[in-house]
Ligand binder design. Structure first.
Ligand SMILES: [Zn+2]
Ligand SMILES: [Zn+2]
Length: 268
């Protein structure tokens, strides 16, 4: 019997690719192996969000090369310094949104953990991208690290926008507030960590119809691989943990989160 279908809604395939450079220092290893392992684990497709304009060509090339790889385009909050001298960045993103393999604006958001030096620019960038998502009716993939209230505030300023709270890090109450705003709640490997009680509570209590799963690989490996490089095949451990927390079957979590992912990205 084949593994139930899963969708990794957030995976930095271009960074996995980089980590898999040959030991002799040569580059050019391609993600074929990573994608084969993902397929064996049931992953039907994955979404690769870009983090900075310099990465757009590589992310787009991967989406064009592999049928089951989709792309998202935006500027990550910790990379906003890259656009300071690039007045064309927003137009560049807008032009890519009509590409058939681009399924979201992402990733964008606010990160007060790694970088507080450019908060105003982070906010400006995030707001522009929320508006772009609304204009094209595409989901916006939101990165929120220690910035819940400001993320909520900016999303509230763009009524009608929809999207995904990627690598969700809040509690059940914050998840419910985001769902009201038409944002799906995407769980990553950190939901498998023992002390992540706020995430366990959220994964248990919010409606399954608003949940997605992701790896954020090569970062954030789930238990029992914590600290090691992550890859899309490991999204199954996130599904397993959610099933355990909710007391329902792996198959049910897989089926509903897969249907949710198809819906949010318009890949029905
Ligand atoms: Zn992120
Ligand atoms: Zn990410």
């Amino acid at each position: 019997m084949s593994a139930p279908t899963l969708i990794d809604t957030h995976c930095h395939l271009d960074y996995i690719h980089r980590q898999e450079e040959h030991p002799d220092g040569t580059t050019g290893t391609d993600p074929v192996q990573v994608l084969a392992r993902a397929k064996a684990a049931g992953v039907e497709f994955l979404v690769n969000p870009s983090v900075t304009p310099a990465k757009f060509p590589e992310v787009m090339a991967m989406a064009e090369r592999f049928e089951n790889v989709y792309a998202a385009v935006a500027v990550h909050p910790t990379d906003v310094a890259d656009i300071v001298d690039q007045p064309e960045w927003l137009a560049e993103i807008e032009a890519l949104l009509s590409h058939p393999k681009v399924v979201a604006v992402g990733e964008t958001g606010l990160d007060y953990y790694w970088d507080q030096s450019l908060v105003d620019l982070q906010k400006k960038c995030f707001k522009s991208l929320l508006e772009l998502g609304r204009k094209y009716d595409l989901p916006v993939i939101v990165h929120d690290r220690e910035a819940h209230e400001d993320v909520y505030q900016l999303i509230s300023e763009v009524p009608g926008v929809r999207g995904i709270m990627h690598c969700f890090s809040g509690d059940a109450e914050f998840a419910r507030r985001m769902i009201v705003k038409n944002f799906y709640v995407s769980f990553a490997g950190n939901v498998t960590f023992k002390k992540a009680e706020n995430l366990h509570q959220a994964a248990k209590e919010i409606p399954l119809e608003w949940m997605l799963v992701e790896t954020d690989s090569p970062f954030l490996s789930p238990m029992p691989f914590r600290g090691k490089p992550n890859e899309p095949a490991r999204v199954k451990h996130v599904v397993e943990k959610i099933a355990e927390l909710r007391g329902i079957s792996y198959e049910e979590v897989a089926a509903v989160t897969t249907a949710n992912a198809r819906k949010v990205f318009g890949l029905l």
